[in-house]
Design a protein around this ligand. Structure first.
Ligand code: ZN
Length: 184
């Protein structure tokens, strides 16, 4: 576990999970299901999982949504575009048929989050987005931007033609800390 700012923690298991202890208790992405026990154990050191109010998915791939069901009282959010693709192509949206069959939660569009800019960054998936936490200038970039590159754009649900403009926009975005979906 790594502390990114006073109230923000990162847990790295193949993909990254972020816990934000703000006015609301928020999780950004939940990691792959294979790491379920570790994710539960690590997060439980800092927060009672039943206190998480919002779980936000930067996109719906299985390695970001795998542990959706360890937060019994949370509401779940992702972008409008991600939800509409999911409604049409559930298995492609999740990228794993077994998880897709289990994934039984209601998703709400994230249209506003206090203290954050929501930046739509289609490319890796049609509905991928980033969150900029303005107070600390932390950019949660999902699988759009990594430390050493960017996310794959060859999935059925990708929007390869839009990746460049998404990355160009992030390039002009004023952030201090990159908080990507994977540490590569
Ligand atoms: Zn992904």
């Amino acid at each position: 576990m790594q502390k990114l700012a006073e109230n923000i923690w990162k847990i790295n298991v193949d993909s990254n999970i972020y816990f934000l202890d703000l006015k609301e208790k928020i999780i950004i992405d939940t990691g792959p299901r294979d790491y379920r026990d570790i994710v539960k154990k690590e997060l439980s050191k800092i927060i009672d999982l039943s206190k998480i109010e919002k779980v936000i998915f930067t996109h719906l791939h299985y390695d970001h949504t795998g542990n959706f069901d360890i937060f019994p009282n949370a509401k779940f959010y992702t972008s409008e575009d991600e939800i509409s693709y999911y409604k049409k192509h559930k298995i492609f949206a999740i990228g794993d048929p077994i998880l897709a069959a289990k994934f039984n939660i209601g998703l709400q569009p994230l249209n506003y989050l206090e203290g954050f800019d929501i930046i739509q960054t289609p490319g890796h998936t049609k509905g991928s987005f980033c969150l900029l936490y303005k107070k600390e200038k932390i950019l949660f970039s999902g699988d759009t931007l990594f430390f050493n590159g960017y996310g794959r754009i060859d999935f059925p649900g990708s929007a390869p033609e839009k990746m460049k403009s998404s990355l160009d926009f992030l390039d002009k975005t004023d952030y201090k800390i990159l908080a990507p979906g994977h540490d590569y």
